[in-house]
Design a protein around this ligand. Structure first.
Ligand SMILES: CC(=O)SCCNC(=O)CCNC(=O)[C@H](O)C(C)(C)COP(=O)(O)OP(=O)(O)OC[C@H]1O[C@@H](n2cnc3c(N)ncnc32)[C@H](O)[C@@H]1OP(=O)(O)O
Ligand SMILES: N[C@@H](CCO)C(=O)O
Length: 392
């Protein structure tokens, strides 16, 4: 496996989204709350779960202005703001949260939490168990429904009975739709981006070689590598390469990289790489430095098991329970969560509005096209909250 390293961007890079965090904008402060023992859908219990979360803005006295932002697979609670203590990376949705921004912190109390099974503060495979050792390979199978159960406990702890909005993309969109189906009375507005009501065979298929790459890495050691000199960074890097290709459109890769060789290296065939290979190596190395392989496995398996219709009479019956004012957004170039999945979601949620984000960036368009996302978010939040509370 090629060892990855930081290289200069020798090929045209994506312009950064407008409206990055500015000095003076609110800085989310990471906090932790204990939410107790969590029984799991597939059996077993995760004892003494701790949730890491950040907030921006001020909660109304009646707790009615809270908006939950749900992160995707490798995101975390740090939606906006500079890197710093507890935040190895800058925010993943810069430009969306702050005074006057679509998630206007003069009006909304914005909450984002790291997911159950993750690796950025919330209980996950690297967390210690009661015997003092990390969970490692013993961490149980969790579902998106389990993750939402934990977030509901966070909402209870914060005094939020009903979210003014729940917003999420990709894996975050899975949690958002699961929230609106499980707790329709607690979600006034819903925005689901580049996501699906149930994982498709295609998505499960793309996940399988990623899981194998990690599990077959000899340094994975069945998930018990925390005390070892080396962890399964090579396997995690391969998983990220596979995933990253599915996150971008083929047209974008062709336009940006073509058949160019990576500059400053040996010629192709003599140790050099294609620029697109160097780009994938870069993203692989970056993820391997900031993410835990066990968490990647746990969260990927949770995504593959996602089905809001499970034990609810199927997807249409489940989606019919939603009472939130809903916007569903697909990205026109997304090959992993194609627009037809957004269409199916929108068709199933009563009164949902469907829109398309125009982007050459594929699935990652929901992260990159901040201005388009922001316009839809602002419009949704300006709508009166859903009042209908259909009995379920
Ligand atoms: C900013 C963060 O890392 S936030 C971390 C928290 N988690 C997340 O954000 C998860 C979601 N985020 C992501 O998945 C990604 O970071 C995205 C979607 C935001 C990336 O989207 P884009 O902004 O379009 O980045 P893009 O795919 O163009 O990659 C740019 C990077 O590739 C590098 N690159 C471009 N071409 C090449 C090349 N030929 N060889 C090597 N590296 C290259 C650039 O130098 C740049 O590096 P940097 O990110 O370290 O500055
Ligand atoms: N690039 C995103 C896409 C997942 O949907 C992430 O890493 O979280």
């Amino acid at each position: 496996m090629t060892v990855t390293r930081d290289e200069p961007d020798t090929v045209r890079s994506t312009p950064r989204p407008s409206g990055a965090w500015r000095p003076g904008d609110p800085v989310g402060q990471r906090r932790f709350v204990a939410v107790g023992d969590v029984p799991l859908e597939r059996g077993g219990v995760v004892p003494e779960v701790v949730v890491a979360y950040e907030t921006w803005g001020t909660l109304d006295a009646d707790g009615g202005n809270a908006v939950l932002v749900e992160h995707a697979l490798t995101g975390d609670s740090h939606v906006v703001g500079p890197a710093g203590p507890g935040h190895p990376s800058p925010g993943w949705w810069e430009g969306l949260v702050g005074p006057g921004r679509p998630l206007d912190t003069d009006r909304w109390f914005v909450v984002a939490a790291n997911v159950l099974g993750g690796c950025q503060g919330t209980t996950g495979p690297a967390s210690p168990t009661r015997d003092g050792r990390p969970w490692g390979g013993r961490f149980p199978f969790v579902t998106v429904r389990d993750q939402v159960q934990v977030e509901a406990r966070l909402a209870d702890a914060l005094g939020i009975r009903r979210w003014a909005g729940v917003v999420g993309g990709s894996m975050g969109g899975m949690r958002a739709v699961e929230w609106a189906v499980t707790h329709p009375e607690r979600v006034a507005r819903l925005m689901v981006l580049a996501s699906t009501a149930a994982a498709t065979a295609d998505q499960i298929a793309w996940a399988q070689p990623q899981l194998l790459a990690i599990r077959e890495d000899p340094d994975f050691r069945g998930g018990d590598y925390y005390d070892a000199v080396r962890g399964p960074e090579a396997g995690l890097g391969i998983a990220r390469r596979i995933a990253h290709v599915t996150y971008r459109s083929g047209e974008e890769l062709d336009e940006r990289f073509g058949r160019a060789a990576q500059g400053g290296e040996q010629p192709l065939g003599a140790g050099g790489r294609y620029a697109v290979e160097s780009y994938l190596d870069h993203h692989a190395g970056k993820l391997a430095r900031r993410f835990d392989a066990n968490a990647y496995v746990v969260l990927t398996e949770a995504m593959s098991s996602h089905d809001v219709g499970r034990d609810r009479g199927g997807v249409p019956a489940a989606l019919a329970r939603v009472t939130a004012t809903t916007t569903v957004l697909g990205v026109d170039s997304d090959r992993l969560y194609p627009v037809r999945l957004s269409e199916e979601l929108a068709a199933g949620v009563p009164g949902a509005r469907l829109a398309t984000i125009s982007s050459r960036h594929g699935h990652d368009g929901f992260l990159v096209e901040v201005d388009q996302v922001g316009a839809h978010l602002r419009a949704l939040l300006d709508e009166p909250p859903a009042t209908a509370q259909r009995s379920v």
